[in-house]
Design a binder for this molecule. Structure first.
Ligand code: FA5
Length: 334
């Protein structure tokens, strides 16, 4: 009888240790503890039954079961520690529900300004204008001097220009317009020239529904023998037809820009109100001479437009500040 009690204690120990080794998660370890060490667990039941054994066996059986209890308790504590060190406790296998649907990774999209610019460039590329890009951090001479902007012109005022370096001989600024690309292009090549140049511009000005301190422009320049104001108007009419359709009303009005003569601004009807989308004009002879072109032989036209303003008219966006506020509720609509 005593022998069979010892044998069954050994069997119990082997079974307990085997199932402890198989316990993979915090939950399984807890189930094991309840099954073997809990108040109604296997060991407690056996310990309680010691009282019904013959008197001469009770002492040995009780002591043997208590030693087993202590070994199993130690083994359990070690298993819990190992599980928490190996991360089993924090990431139990049964925490992953493999029946859940996967998470779709979202593809980003083009920013509406970028979409609009690409569309604008495509229209001009179709008309034979080549796309060129230039620096955002620009020299004063390209942004102002060589564009016939005199030093006292209001556009140079601190209010308008964000300066990077005003002290060095070649003053450096964040370009206020894409027009410096007219000069950079003409310095590099002889006529005929037909380019469009997109990019960011910055101005130190108060923001409102149609003005941002950071915005894009697309510059255009065509220089050749015999280029006239009709070419300018024909090109820009074709552009507005392609972007807004044939029914939208367009207005050309005289305007002043130091680097063109004559100069115009172009506005588009927006719910009964005129919104200016670009400045344009015939390239000033001083600008042509400044880059070494013979102004008695060559003439040209130039324009600079704001893609955000154009996108506003196109998609009925009431405030330009949405473009750079980085709000996905706005951006994901495009
Ligand atoms: C210019 O910047 C001239 N460089 C345009 C030009 C080029 C004239 C070539 C003649 C020949 P203006 O400041 O008007 O002009 O800006 C041109 C366009 O840029 C505006 O019609 C508008 O669409 C956009 N723009 C100007 N300022 C802002 C601003 N603060 N926020 C958003 N868009 C602006």
């Amino acid at each position: 009888m005593a022998e069979s009690a010892a044998a069954s204690t050994q069997e119990l120990e082997r079974a307990a240790l085997d199932s402890l080794a198989a316990a993979k998660s915090e939950t399984e370890l807890e189930d094991w503890r309840i099954a073997y060490l809990g108040r109604r667990g296997e060991l407690s039941v056996r310990l309680r039954s010691v009282g019904s054994l013959p008197a001469e066996q009770r002492r040995e059986a009780g002591a043997s079961l208590n030693r087993l209890k202590s070994r199993l308790t130690t083994a359990f504590d070690e298993a819990v520690q190992t599980a928490s060190q190996s991360g089993r406790e924090t990431a139990p296998l049964d925490a992953i529900d493999i029946t859940l649907p996967g998470r779709r990774s979202k593809l980003g999209g083009l920013h509406p300004s970028e979409m609009m610019m690409r569309e604008i460039l495509e229209v001009f590329n179709d008309m034979g204008f080549q796309t060129v890009e230039g620096p955002i951090v620009e020299l004063e001479k390209y942004n102002f001097d060589m564009l016939n902007v005199p030093p006292d012109h209001p556009a140079r005022d601190l209010q308008d220009t964000l300066w990077i370096d005003r002290k060095s001989r070649d003053k450096v600024l964040l370009r206020t317009q894409t027009s410096p690309m007219q000069i950079r292009t003409m310095e590099k090549q002889k006529p005929p020239v037909r380019i469009v140049s997109p990019g960011l511009c910055f101005r130190h000005e108060a923001t409102d529904a149609t003005h941002e301190w950071q915005f894009h422009q697309v510059e255009g320049l065509a220089v050749d023998e015999g280029v006239t104001m009709s070419d300018l108007k024909g090109t820009l009419y074709e552009f507005t037809r392609r972007i807004f359709g044939t029914q939208r009303k367009i207005r050309f009005r005289c305007d002043y820009f130091p680097f063109v003569e004559p100069g115009v601004d172009v506005s588009v009807d927006w719910n009964g109100r005129w919104v200016e989308i670009m400045g344009a004009g015939m390239v000033h002879p001083k600008v042509l001479e400044g880059v070494g072109y013979d102004s008695s032989k060559y003439t040209g036209f130039a324009f600079g437009m704001g893609p955000e303003r154009i996108a506003m008219l196109r998609y009925n966006i009431e405030d330009i500040r949405h473009f750079f506020s980085n709000d996905l509720r706005f951006l994901s609509q495009f």
